[in-house]
Design a protein around this ligand. Sequence first.
Ligand SMILES: *Cc1c(COP(=O)(O)O)cnc(C)c1O
Length: 237
Amino acid sequence: MTAILSNLQAVHSAIAQAAQLARRDAASIALLAVSKTVSDGRVREAYAAGQRVFGENYLQEALDKMAALRDLPLEWHFIGPVQSNKTRAIAENFSWVHSVDRLKIAERLSAQRPPALPALNLCLQVNVSGEDSKSGVAPQQALALARTISALPHLKLRGLMAIPAPVDTLAAQRQPFARLRELMQQMNAPQDNTPGLQLDTLSMGMTHDLTAAIVEGATIVRVGTAIFGRRNYGEHK
Ligand SMILES: *Cc1c(COP(=O)(O)O)cnc(C)c1O
């Protein structure tokens, strides 16, 4: 058995255990394998072990990997910061973008999404830890931004994403995830004469806080280290 296969099995059982703890169906939680800095050969190994959906942070690295893996039916999610000059290639090559936090970026992705492709799935990245250094829209601004974005063509606003500051205990990890879940519930509720949004995705939880995220309702967990081992940034960039 390869390391990647046994790691994937371990992550799936961690997801199943957390789901059981939360009385949730494990099938409602998708595993996004974060393959930044991971070679195309190791992505191929993960594919052989059954993984189909991969997340990348760096555009050029992702495009090189997609080209090398064109023979495989993989689904690619962009999860890194999105710069304006990268939106066209992202709109043309990915199925999802998890890390949108500005209207301008969403407008460009909408305009540049090839109409022949299905709508590009988007998550709004929300700054739930409240640190000013982090990217993400402020929770108080998320609803207005989401309403505007959900009117754009060629996009499908699916939900919210967060990368909370790392903390150690399960209770502390749960707090920002609970905030993201509550925010999505508020955004889905009708207000006055405006119907609620129809968001169905909470992209939250990484290797170190997967259980807390699932207990709070994650529908996509983004896991790199637990699948591929520690990243060696020297390998790629
Ligand atoms: C790198 C990364 C991950 C995966 O982190 P691990 O701790 O390796 O599981 C998840 N989400 C985002 C946005 C990342 O940049």
